[in-house]
Ligand binder design. Structure first.
Ligand SMILES: Cc1cc2nc3c(=O)[nH]c(=O)nc-3n(C[C@H](O)[C@H](O)[C@H](O)COP(=O)(O)OP(=O)(O)OC[C@H]3O[C@@H](n4cnc5c(N)ncnc54)[C@H](O)[C@@H]3O)c2cc1C
Length: 459
């Protein structure tokens, strides 16, 4: 039992997840009379807002992650175990993990979120998501692999599918990755792939709602759309993806976009841990907490960050799933633990919104600050760069990211385009390939009738 964690005279606070929230909480507790036990399935903290830059070759994976043990080196009340938490047994005050059961006096769930595929198994199986570093590296390799395959095919429909990229979800991730891919098409691909007809490569950003960047101001929504369209991204609003079959993304029974590169950024659910009663869990799998981040119905279980659903007067739908919310809740809960240990009553959490921003491309970003302050363009872009650089964990990461960005800016090049996943020529879907045969023999429900109207490719 207890994964060889030393016995302590102090109460044990077990934190599951060293993301933005868990990290801040553990740091806040560095001088508190508690034993801090951190459990994470990865031995590093990752900076999710920059994952898309890894996926598009602008940043190295190592520059957006930092080893947990290094972050907490010297914090004597801190213990880390690398493990996957499988469930909570609240009756016995233990969590069940892949390295055994671990006892807690106080448990904090800071497990973040998971991609929401809205129950569509085909999309879940065949699309690419950007939630982890392996996802981002895989996405980068996969897209370049498809360009290599495009050079080998003689089948026009297959060529189009290999070249097209469809991004679903018009939130910050969808906007940022679409802009970055469009820049890659403009600056990198003509040099690397002079044999490819890039005029045929189309990047679609598909959003089911009526605007991009829904939580931002109308001005930012319009500016970001204009920036993307200037880069040649085809923005399709009010368009819901229905299914993905035979290299076609269908958005009605008869209309589709041919693509082998489907990127799913259409939403997230809380990454709940099994074992809590159903009434504590919301429809999108977040855990209901009070204003002290305490889980409804429990005295010693807390949740912070994306996985926590905290309702406030000004946010009746729950606080947004954003890094600053997780960070502020982590710090606040740490302070409340210290108060509880001194028999003082905990204080309510108040979210301080410092603003929201999104980058579209070089010199183009949108920033909304409180009190309706909005700016964009190159000033917004510098603001975005500065804030992200300052928030990265670790001096080395800041320096490497700055160097990668500076080189990319002055050379209009993204240096990182190695394909580091297996490439199998037999996976090709040309006339001789198995998948082309599958497409021709598609089951009737996927053969559109009357014949499919392909999205205009030159509009
Ligand atoms: C691509 C992308 C772009 C984003 N861009 C922005 C942005 O520009 N601005 C912004 O504010 N927010 C952005 N976000 C959201 C932001 O990253 C999250 O709000 C933030 O990471 C939430 O922090 P957290 O501590 O709740 O969880 P996370 O940071 O997700 O950390 C959760 C941790 O828990 C661990 N974990 C999960 N389940 C288990 C388990 N069962 N066992 C063990 N370990 C587990 C994970 O390994 C991870 O380390 C973005 C997110 C993504 C995916």
């Amino acid at each position: 039992m207890d994964a060889n964690i030393p016995v302590s005279a102090h109460p044990r606070v077990v934190i599951v997840g060293c993301g933005f929230g868990g990290l801040r909480l553990a740091k806040e507790l560095r001088d508190a009379p508690v034993q801090v036990v951190m459990i994470d399935r990865n031995n590093y903290h990752k900076f999710q807002p920059l994952l898309y830059q890894v996926a598009t070759g602008a940043l190295e994976a190592d520059s957006i992650a930092y080893p947990i043990r290094k972050i907490f080196a010297g914090q004597t009340n801190f213990f880390y175990r690398m493990a996957d938490v499988q469930c909570v047994d609240s009756k016995r005050n233990v969590i069940v993990t892949t390295v055994g059961e671990i006892h807690y006096d106080h448990l904090v769930l800071a497990t973040g979120s998971l991609t929401n595929f809205f129950g569509n198994e085909t999309i879940e199986k065949h699309s690419m998501q950007i939630k982890s570093i392996p996802n981002a590296l895989n996405l980068r390799s996969f897209i370049f692999q498809n360009f290599e395959k495009a050079l080998l095919t003689t089948n026009p429909e297959e060529y189009q599918a290999l070249m097209n990229i469809v991004v679903v979800g018009g939130g910050a991730t969808g906007v940022e990755i679409s802009g970055s891919l469009a820049e890659m098409r403009r600056h990198v691909l003509p040099k690397d792939y002079p044999e490819l007809d890039l005029g045929q490569m189309q990047i679609f950003l598909v959003e089911s709602g009526g605007a991009l960047l829904k939580p931002m101001s109308k001005k930012s929504q319009d500016d970001s759309r204009r920036y993307l369209e200037d880069l040649g991204v085809k923005v399709r609003l009010n368009t819901r993806v229905l299914r993905y079959e035979n290299s076609r993304v269908y958005y009605s029974d008869t209309e589709y976009i041919p693509t082998d590169n489907l990127i799913w950024a259409a939403g997230v659910n809380g990454a709940e841990v099994p074992g809590l009663p159903p009434e504590a869990i919301t429809r999108n799998k977040r855990i209901n907490v009070n204003r002290w981040n305490r889980v409804d119905g429990f005295e010693n279980i807390y949740a912070i960050g994306d996985v926590a659903n905290m309702i406030t007067d000004d946010m009746p739908q729950g606080l947004p799933m954003l890094a600053p919310v997780a960070q502020q809740q982590g710090t606040h809960l740490g302070k409340n633990f210290k108060r509880i240990l001194k028999n003082q009553p905990p204080l309510d959490f108040k979210y301080f919104n410092k603003g929201v921003m999104a980058i579209v491309s070089r010199n183009k970003a949108v920033v909304d600050l409180p009190k309706d302050v909005h700016f964009n363009g190159i000033f917004g872009w510098f603001t975005w760069l500065f804030v992200h650089l300052m928030t990265l964990v670790g001096f080395r990461n800041k320096v490497v990211a700055f160097a990668d960005w500076a080189i990319g800016y002055f050379s209009s090049d993204q240096a990182l385009r190695l394909i580091i996943r297996p490439f199998n020529r037999l996976d090709m879907k040309d006339d001789k390939g198995k998948k082309a045969a599958e497409r021709q023999n598609a089951t009737p429900e996927y053969i559109p009738t009357p014949p499919a109207i392909q999205t205009p490719v030159t509009s």
